[in-house]
Design a protein around this ligand. Structure first.
Ligand code: ZN
Length: 255
């Protein structure tokens, strides 16, 4: 059994064949998928997608690269939505200093607002940190007891260790499958396996064998296998521990 801790199943790329995509994931042993939100107008569709099949778990938030869609009132709307819908997490939220034209101050305001909300609601956060891992660690430090995952982690082994001390997990997916990803490989070799979540980020971030194609959650098995090879343990051992980690962080019942 596996958990895809980060999969944008509500994305329009899956509109033509979403049921088949979920069926392939179940056949591949992926029992649960966490579906993080991007922007407020998309929350109702995400809710409908997750209600359509068992094992799909919504997370609601305001994604930094969708900044143009966000309004300050959406933070209040998020608080109401979360109180009513009881999602497994807040997010995807965070900072992106890679994509051009995203106002840094505005990103920070939405991120801090969502960190405050997650802390107050005792929910984990799903964090996007691109070219912003150091700044993110500094922000997370200010919220004692906050839990969550830095998804598609791209930092150093030292930064992974700092996040672990703060109680944060890291999510890894497609980028790990590239031979040139030496620093990520060192992260996986040195981290506690209790800190790791597997993810596809589908339809984005396909593995090295599917470059340029639509990614899909069934390919999570490839990530599991790469982690197993790097750690010198069996794929089953990776699956068992990362599944425990995901179910525990998101408080998902195992059945
Ligand atoms: Zn994402």
């Amino acid at each position: 059994m596996l958990v895809d801790s980060h999969c944008h199943l509500d994305a329009p790329e899956f509109d033509p064949d979403r049921d088949a995509v979920v069926a392939r994931a179940r056949q591949a042993g992926i029992a649960h998928q966490v579906v993080p939100a991007t922007h407020a107008e998309a929350w109702p569709k995400l809710r409908a997608v997750c209600a359509a099949a068992p094992g799909l778990h919504a997370s609601y938030g305001l994604h930094p690269t969708f900044l143009a869609h966000h309004r300050p009132a959406h933070l209040d709307a998020l608080a109401e939505w979360v109180a009513r819908e009881r999602p497994v997490a807040i997010g995807e939220c965070g900072l992106d200093h890679f994509v051009d034209g995203l106002d840094a101050d505005a990103q920070l305001q939405y991120f801090e607002g969502q960190l405050r909300l997650a802390h107050a609601q005792d929910l984990p956060v799903i964090v996007h940190a691109r070219r912003a891992v150091e700044q993110t660690i500094g922000l997370l430090r200010r919220f004692d007891g906050l839990r969550g995952v830095v998804h598609s982690f791209s930092g150093s082994p030292e930064q992974a260790a700092q996040l672990w001390k703060l109680g944060f997990l890291i999510g890894l997916g497609g980028p790990l499958t590239f031979d040139r990803a030496k620093r990520l490989h060192r992260v996986v070799e040195g981290m506690p396996l209790e800190q790791l979540l597997l993810e596809t980020d589908a339809p984005d971030q396909p593995d090295a064998d599917h470059r340029g194609q639509r990614n899909e959650p069934a390919r999570l098995t490839r990530i599991r296998d790469v982690v197993a090879a790097l750690r010198g343990i069996t794929p089953d051992a990776v699956a068992a521990q990362t599944t425990r980690n995901a179910l525990s962080l998101f408080r998902i019942a195992a059945a």
